[in-house]
Ligand binder design. Structure first.
Ligand code: DGY
Length: 336
């Protein structure tokens, strides 16, 4: 009599810290791994994340959890961590290299969408759009007054970009096409492609502050850029200047921004990112005429979130197969 042998294959488990697209989860599953989604709609504390990760060999991280020395030394079994974001300011790269854990992000697929959000804010601030909308709710739309509700034009103005990379370049292209804006920028390194494509001119940070009519921020949050928009920076900007931040809230000092707006040092601000997040509903910025605030929706379209989730899933699967993560941010782990 023959004996049937049943082989149980234990699938390696991937922890996914938020709901993501079904297609991305199916891709992980069909590749032979088991994704578990943390479905509670709250942030996971660092301590709980460390505890939860113990049973997993890979992490698809969505949201604000820190991937720092404490986390990495407590989870050395992780074969890879895929962030579902382009920003990786929460990652301690040195610690990741030390523990030889590859980490990936989701560049490129969100550049146009995030630039759309910056553009949306630029125009909304220039025309006081959010405040005007709220004025209807307050019953303030009474009669047509040609001297009221006046915004400012963007045609032919100067767009300053701090961080002219992929997202900054998309913003520059839109601003140039829509309003013929003159593009100036400041980066750590010059972007020659952008200089050719949109005739962008490289300036020092101070010159950028002094010459921009709209100043849009697209740099990573680093020790160098943290709080770079402070009282001193705002004091160098034009009184008609519009400040746009779709990168990270900690790049501007919120108190200094509020002062600059209240004292009319600058004209307006459009923020998709705040410090802290979420912004509290009694924040004075929410009641200012020339301020538009959005709840960190930079890349939030169905199409883009789908692409980001798939990219993160592909990186996770590569790591689990022992292959190089295509969007690895610490390639040093593959060297030597
Ligand atoms: C990003 O991709 O970095 C977005 O800001 C979401 O965190």
């Amino acid at each position: 009599m023959g004996v049937d042998v049943i082989v149980f294959q234990i699938m390696e488990k991937v922890l996914v810290t938020r709901r993501i697209s079904e297609n991305a989860l199916a891709f992980i599953k069909n590749s032979g791994y088991e994704p578990t989604v943390y479905t509670e709609l709250t942030n996971i504390s660092q301590e709980d994340l460390i505890k939860m990760c113990q049973g997993y060999v890979a992490l698809l991280s969505v949201g604000p959890n820190k991937i720092d020395e404490r986390f990495l030394s407590a989870c050395p079994q992780l074969k890879g961590i895929a962030l579902m974001s382009v920003g990786y300011d929460k990652v301690d790269l040195e610690a990741a290299n030390k523990h030889r854990i590859p980490i990936s992000n989701t560049p490129d697929v969100l550049s146009e969408t995030t630039a759309d959000t910056a553009f949306l804010l630029m125009l909304a601030v220039a025309r006081n759009a959010f405040y005007m909308n709220k004025s209807i709710e307050r019953g303030e739309w009474n009669f047509f007054d040609p001297m009221q509700n006046l915004g400012q034009e963007l045609y032919g103005k100067t767009l300053g970009i701090l961080g002219l990379g992929r997202i900054g370049l998309e913003m520059a292209k839109k601003a140039k096409a829509a309003y013929g804006m003159d593009i100036i920028y400041h980066n750590r390194n010059r972007n020659e492609q952008a200089e050719k494509e949109v005739a962008a001119r490289y300036l020092s940070f101070d010159e950028l502050l002094m010459q921009s009519d709209v100043l849009t921020v697209h740099v990573n949050l680093t020790d160098e850029t943290k709080g770079i928009f402070n009282k001193t920076a705002f004091s160098k900007m034009k009184p008609n200047a519009i400040f746009i931040n779709t990168a990270r809230g900690a790049i501007h000092n919120e108190e200094d921004l509020i002062d600059a707006l209240q004292n009319k040092t600058i004209w307006g601000a459009g923020l998709d990112v705040t410090n802290p997040e979420p912004m509290q509903k009694d924040n004075p910025l929410l009641n200012m005429e020339n301020v538009c605030v959005l709840p960190h929706i930079g890349s939030a379209t169905k199409e883009t979130r789908e692409k980001m989730a798939m990219m993160a899933a592909e990186n996770i699967v590569a790591a689990l197969k022992g292959e190089r993560m295509p969007q690895v941010i610490n390639p040093e782990v593959y060297e030597g």
